[in-house]
Design a protein around this ligand. Structure first.
Ligand SMILES: C[S@@+](CC[C@H](N)C(=O)[O-])C[C@H]1O[C@@H](n2cnc3c(N)ncnc32)[C@H](O)[C@@H]1O
Length: 338
């Protein structure tokens, strides 16, 4: 038996598409050239710290019969870069609604040498400055970036370099825009920010050559996805507290209505017989009775994992909390046991 679809879930008993009980980074389908890519930006909700847990859910057929990967909410791409570093795949699709971010991916793919030249200039100009002069330099670049956002300047390589520069030097690597869509994050405090990581950018550029980069909402990925695809969904998290603004990539609201629509999409895609993994917050961290995701993803496999995600603006009150990893793969043995 290859796989069977039970309702919306895929049975993994004697199925070659089984998920990994343990991280399978020693799998024979892995790259041998050992080029480890890492995200070129910091990103709110970035998954670098959770990779160990997420890898446990990669199918063991990844890089073999599962030769396509789709990440519709790519952001900083922590999982994308892990997959690109470790598996040979034929087709990869990434999307996000952040147009400026997607232009950076496209620039790295198509114009990495030019991008490196501008970033090198930024690095050499910014690093030697004192705090006051750094401030002036940062806010001048921010003004330039906002001219690019509104379309008054159109050089995509320069706009992409501004994006990376601001991300590496702003407060906490945040990407906030105001009601007019203008980037408004203040400068951060870093002694020696790494504005240019040349080697990583060149390596990423090579691996992006076969990646389809689409600026679109997540559901546009539907036609790309088939039974040979692994899909990883990492939407804006449902906020755990009134003040937590994890859903606010400000221009694009992602409230409960959008979470419900996404669950519908997860089910539609599951019917194609693909393996899906989805991350989200665990509402029970703050309200034991909150069954939002348990109800929404009833019948799917919901696992709690520990993270150090911030739910409190007071650093001393930030502890380990749970988040959810939801998959459409069930272990038939577990079902038979119950
Ligand atoms: C939690 S972040 C993804 C983080 C990413 N996994 C990482 O490691 O950096 C969610 C992303 O979804 C994007 N987004 C928000 N609404 C979207 C939508 N409807 N369709 C596609 N992307 C969306 C945001 O711009 C943001 O980059």
């Amino acid at each position: 038996m290859c796989q069977s679809v039970i309702g919306d879930t895929i049975s993994i008993s004697s199925c070659p598409k089984k998920i990994n009980a343990k991280n399978n980074i020693n799998n024979s389908a892995l790259f041998k050239d050992d080029v480890k890519l890492k995200p070129f930006i910091k990103w709110a909700g970035g998954k670098s710290a959770l990779l160990e847990d997420i890898r446990n859910f990669y199918p063991s057929e990844l890089g073999k019969s599962i030769n396509k990967y789709c990440e519709p909410f790519v952001g900083g791409g922590a999982v994308l870069f892990d997959v690109l570093s470790n598996y040979h795949l034929d087709e990869i699709y990434i999307s996000d609604v952040n147009k400026e971010l997607l232009n950076v991916y496209k620039t790295i793919k198509n114009n990495v040498e030019e991008l490196i030249k501008v970033l090198d200039k930024f690095q050499n100009e910014y690093t030697p400055l004192d705090d006051e002069k750094r401030k002036v330099y940062y806010y001048d670049r921010r003004d330039e970036f906002n001219l690019y956002i509104v379309g008054e300047t159109t050089n995509k390589v320069y706009g992409s370099a501004l994006f990376i520069f601001l991300n590496r030097t702003c407060f906490n690597g945040l990407y906030w825009v105001n009601s007019k869509g203008l980037y408004n994050v203040p400068i951060g405090v870093y002694k020696n920010p790494k504005i240019l990581d040349k080697k990583n950018l060149i390596n990423i550029s090579k691996k992006l050559k076969k990646v389809k980069i689409v600026c679109a909402k997540y559901h546009k990925s539907f036609d790309f996805i088939d039974e040979n695809t692994l899909v990883y969904f990492d939407p804006p998290y449902r906020p755990l507290t009134e003040t937590a603004s994890f859903t606010s990539y400000l221009k694009h609201e992602f409230a409960d209505k959008e979470q419900i629509e996404l669950a519908e999409y997860f089910k539609r895609v599951s019917k194609k017989g693909v393996i899906c993994i989805l991350s989200n917050s665990a509402p029970k961290n703050t309200d034991e009775k909150d069954n939002f995701f348990d109800d929404l993803y009833k019948g799917f496999n919901i696992t709690r994992i520990q993270s150090k995600r911030r739910i409190n603006s007071n650093a001393s009150k930030r502890g380990n909390i749970n988040e959810l990893l939801i998959t459409n793969v069930i272990d038939i043995k577990k079902v038979e046991e119950t």
